[in-house]
Structures are given as structure tokens and as C-alpha cells.
Design a protein. Structure first.
Length: 336
């Protein structure tokens, strides 16, 4: 299937990546058939990879992941999508289980044990059970998807994920007609998650997110196990996380241990904590301000590399063509 790569805007790859990397990537990309959306070989040369990973420790991937990587479908990006440098994507994170600061996840998440890992599937579904990640992914080929990620705090990133469409998994699990929403839950293991132990924490753990069924089976909705051609780092939500590119980043729940098919709209973490500030839908929308700041513009990180790098927020984070039909007839200002 063809996945549209949104226009990178006025931020060029050369602004966010060392020139050597940029030129090298361009050369590699030029060699690809321009019309092919996917390639069977990684679109990045080993040199580009190496410079991208400079100074970043990468976790060893489980064998099943390495195996799947050999058959992954790589997204060709003929125009040179302006990716966020790997170092920034792995050192400027929100993962409150490890603490409230952007650097906390990178500092503390290595202590989270991700193997073995099972996911509980329950609720209105014909194949409930406790599944290993490996089993959940076994029938599917990994796909690379280069998506924008837009945090509600008004910073965007562009990340090449590796995962499978959630739709395929849902089809195999066979929810019943009573299932109207999907509810996701993150691991809650305080002994490995210092943010959970902090006395001042206002969050009611575990972290919970949810999607309406039609959002969950939308072809853009991804279950990711990797990024930048590698296994997902713990701070980014290893071993599996959700990626919903047209919604604010907090919907993209990390380190999932439970997926439930439910009748009622689930109460999500941020909505429960501050219902006036965060809704269930959380669709990226420049017109709907957060009560404490405007969402009309976004500032690309890291700000220090190029200043200013502010641009207009796009409705549905640039994916309106593909998702706006899901919300036909809804008042986006009310159902935020
Ligand atoms: N379990 C859990 N998932 C989470 C969060 C969190 O605190 N806990 N933060 C969310 C927010 S606010 C954002 S912006 C993204 C950040 O993803 P990244 O760190 O991979 O860029 O993860 C989301 N998923
Ligand atoms: Mo966020």
C-alpha cells in the first residue's frame, strides 16, 4: 500500500542532519526507483547510519526482530524527508513512568526489562489471551513508516518507525461486534520506573490510552517495534508502542502490556488528569488551543540548531486527506 509522505515543509534535511549524512542519503535515495513506495533494502547507507548513531548506545535486538528486519519493507523517501536526528528522538522524550524531565527516559529506561514481554488481549474479542510480542508479530512483515509526531507541547519530530498496521493484528484477534473502542495499557512496574515512585506524581498509573475502532483500524495506525532501522529503544516505548500520527503524541502509548476491546470510550490518562486540557480524540488542530497555549504554530527541535524554526501547525498533523472522513459531522472544537 502506498503511504503518503507528507511534505517536509521548509525545514530541509540539510538543516537537521550533518551535511555528510545528508549528501550520502540523497545519493542513496537517488538510486532508488522513484515510483516505488517501498524498497526491500534499507534506504540508508551504513555510513549514514553510523554517523546518525554517533554517541548513542543501541540496545541489542531480540533474535525475532533481527529476523524480521531481513524482510522489512523500507519506505523510500525520494524527496529526502527531514528526519529528526536519532540522538534527539532518543534523548528528548516524554515517558512519565521514568520521570517528568525530557532527559529522564534516556537516563532511566535502560532499567526496564523488556524480555520476555507478553501482551494481554481481552474484552470483546474472539481470541483473547496472553501473547508474546513475537507471536503477535509473527505473521506480518515489518514496514517502515516515516511519520510526523506532534507533541501537544507544540514540538514536532519526524521519525522513521518500523512496525505493522494495527488493523492487521485486530483482524486476526477478531473483535466481536460489541467492541466499539480499543483500550491500551502501559507496563506499570515501579521498581524499574522511578517516575512512578515519585511522591509528587499526579498520574494514576498505569498509563492508559484509547482509540475508536475505526481509528484503530485506519491504515496509518501503527504498532511499532523499531525506529531508524533498529529495535525500539526503551525510552521510546520498547518493545511495542502505538503510533497515531494525526493525533497529539500522548495518544501514542508506549511499552504496551494490555490491549482490550471495549464497549465504552475508555478513560485515558491525560483526560482523567486534566479534562479541560486534554480530550479523548486529541486530533492535531491549529484552531483548537490548549487552554494555556496556542496550537497554531509549532517549533521544531532542537531549537538551538536553527533559529527560529517555527511553522504553522497542520490540521490532523498533515494527514487530513487520509483521516478527516473519520470525523465528518463532528464538532472538532467540542470533541477535542
Ligand atoms: N506510557 C507512556 N506513553 C507515552 C507517554 C508517557 O508518558 N507514558 N508520553 C506520550 C507523549 S506526551 C509523547 S509526545 C510521546 C513521545 O514519544 P517519543 O518519546 O518516542 O518521541 O509518547 C507518548 N506515550
Ligand atoms: Mo506529548
Amino acid at each position: 500500500m502506498l503511504i503518503k509522505v507528507p511534505d517536509g515543509g521548509e525545514c530541509r534535511e540539510s538543516q537537521v542532519t550533518p551535511e555528510e549524512t545528508y549528501l550520502n542519503r540523497r545519493r542513496v535515495l537517488k538510486g532508488l526507483v522513484a515510483s516505488a513506495a517501498f524498497s526491500t533494502v534499507p534506504s540508508l547507507s551504513s555510513l549514514a547510519e553510523a554517523s546518525r548513531y554517533a554517541g548513542v548506545a543501541v540496545a541489542k535486538a531480540p533474535a525475532w526482530f533481527d529476523d524480521k528486519l531481513l524482510h522489512a519493507q523500507w519506505q523510500a523517501s525520494p524527496d529526502g524527508e527531514s528526519l529528526t536526528p536519532f540522538r534527539d528522538a532518543t534523548h528528548y522524550n516524554n515517558f512519565y513512568e521514568f520521570g517528568p524531565d525530557k532527559g529522564d527516559p534516556a537516563r532511566h529506561a535502560a532499567g526496564m526489562v523488556t524480555e520476555p514481554w507478553t501482551v494481554m488481549i481481552d474484552g470483546e474479542v474472539e481470541r483473547p489471551g496472553q501473547y508474546s510480542v513475537e507471536d503477535l508479530f509473527a505473521p506480518s512483515r515489518l514496514q517502515e513508516r516515516i511519520y510526523r509526531l506532534r507533541c501537544v507541547e507544540a514540538w514536532p519530530m519526524v521519525i522513521p518507525w518500523l512496525g505493522i498496521p494495527l488493523a492487521g493484528l485486530i483482524e486476526r484477534l477478531a473483535p466481536t461486534s460489541a467492541a466499539k473502542y480499543v483500550r491500551f495499557e502501559t507496563l506499570a512496574r515501579p521498581e524499574q520506573m522511578p517516575g512512578m515512585r515519585a511522591g509528587f506524581s499526579l498520574i494514576d498509573w498505569p498509563y492508559v490510552e484509547g482509540l475508536r475502532m475505526d481509528e484503530a483500524v485506519h491504515p496509518l495506525t501503527l504498532l511499532a517495534v523499531g525506529m531508524y532501522g533498529r529495535v525500539l529503544p526503551n525510552q521510546n516505548g520498547a518493545p511495542l508502542r502505538l503510533v497515531v500520527p494525526w493525533k497529539y503524541g500522548f495518544k501514542s502509548i508506549k511499552s504496551i502490556v494490555r490491549i482490550s476491546f471495549v464497549r465504552e470510550q475508555p478513560k485515558t490518562t491525560w483526560q482523567a488528569m486534566a479534562p479541560d486540557e486534554y480530550g479523548f480524540y486529541a486530533n492535531v488542530n491549529p484552531q483548537v488551543s490548549h487552554p494555556r497555549w496556542s496550537q497554531a504554530r509549532e517549533r521544531r527541535l532542537p531549537g538551538s540548531l536553527f533559529s527560529p524554526n517555527i511553522r504553522q501547525t497542520q490540521l490532523f498533523n498533515g494527514y487530513a486527506d487520509q483521516v478527516s472522513h473519520l470525523y465528518a459531522g463532528m464538532d472538532l472544537a467540542r470533541d477535542y
